[in-house]
Design a protein. Structure first.
Length: 355
């Protein structure tokens, strides 16, 4: 709770607009209400107005300060349809299909985000990751100076010996199944950027493996070693003040006593506050183990490298988790241009198909 209390305090000084496409979901309704009550900004719920109000009434949740938009009745729908049709023209999308697509709240919310009608986007409480990510990658796209879109989980554990007073940043836990060396380095640098922005601390980034400093031999270890070197180079070119080390086993990354036996002269080992997993299997499994076995507060997936702030929350999230993610996305929006300097627009030429 220390971490998220700090994030809430920061956002209260710079309130933002956040869209929640799942407007009738009870956890989302509760989080949107808290978002407004805590003076974090203006929440926007998408969905049929009658159904949203009925769901709120059943929960005894006030909708004061909460904006409700039904995509089917929105005055912006024709413009959004035309914009989507233009974006997808080379794929053969015509007006009728574009119209049907824009009625989907995730697509409508993504277009609101791309058109700067809101500052952040939160979905996933009742949706698969593909249903959330696909609209964002089609409409918002990767940030102009980013090459990799990935995701980060922020974990807050009770034991303050880990990370920074119990807060750990973990990536990639939700987007890229088998990252290349370049992607792994990009993930490390992007996550370090987020860590610094949210907490104003020096990121200590451990690129994880089942080996520590050559204790085993495997092609995957070489990839982690190469990604570590590349991440150091990229961070130096950006003028980023952060430490990177790898390959490290997770115990060597987190526990000083073990680090002292396995490594030498490392600024990261035993003190890591950012953990970079070698692939999505490790990231997803590791983050869920910490969340449920250690009973950590888990906030994510925070999307990194995207042209606008957004998050794909877990279907296992509770209302507090959704609120925490919304607050993080709001704080991202405060200084988003510093993280991802714009070129001409958040809507850029379409990349290859994503999940």
């Amino acid at each position: 709770m220390r971490f998220i209390a700090h994030i809430i305090e920061k956002l209260q000084r710079h309130p933002k607009r956040v869209v929640f496409p799942e407007g009738t979901e009870p956890r989302v309704l509760q989080a949107a209400r808290q978002f407004y009550s805590l003076r974090l900004g203006a929440p926007v719920l998408l969905g049929d107005r009658t159904k949203v109000k009925q769901a709120a009434a059943e929960l005894n949740v006030s909708l004061e300060g909460v904006r409700i938009i039904n995509p089917a009745e929105s005055e912006d729908l024709p413009a959004f349809v035309k914009r989507y049709e233009l974006l997808r023209r080379y794929k053969g999308v015509e007006e009728k299909e574009a119209h049907e697509t824009m009625l989907n709240p995730n697509y409508y919310g993504a277009m609101m985000l791309a058109m700067h009608q809101v500052d952040g986007f939160i979905s996933g409480a009742n949706e698969s990751s593909g249903s959330v990510l696909r609209p964002l990658f089609q409409i918002v796209k990767v940030a102009p100076k980013a090459t990799t879109a990935s995701s980060c989980m922020v974990m807050e554990v009770e034991d303050t010996r880990f990370g920074d007073e119990g807060t750990l940043f973990m990536a990639d836990c939700g987007v890229i199944p088998e990252p290349t060396v370049q992607q792994l380095a990009d993930i490390a640098v992007s996550t370090a950027d987020l860590c610094h922005q949210l907490m104003a601390i020096r990121p200590r980034v451990a690129l994880l493996s089942f080996s520590t400093k050559g204790s085993a031999t495997h092609a995957s270890i070489g990839k982690v070693q190469a990604a570590t070197a590349l991440a150091q180079k990229l961070a130096h070119e950006k003028g980023m003040e952060a430490d990177f080390d790898g390959e490290l086993q997770v115990d060597a990354a987190l526990i000083p006593e073990i680090a002292s036996r396995k490594t030498f002269d490392s600024q990261v080992a035993g003190r890591a506050n950012v953990l970079i997993f070698p692939d999505l299997n490790a990231g997803n499994i590791g983050s869920k183990l910490i969340q449920h076995v250690a009973k950590a507060h888990a906030y994510g997936q925070i999307l990194l490298g995207l042209g606008r702030p957004a998050a794909d929350v877990s279907r296992g999230s509770n209302a507090h988790d959704v609120l925490g993610v919304a607050a993080i996305v709001g704080v991202q929006a405060v200084a988003f241009k510093d993280l991802y300097p714009p070129k001409d627009s958040a809507v850029v030429p379409e990349p290859a198909d994503q999940p």
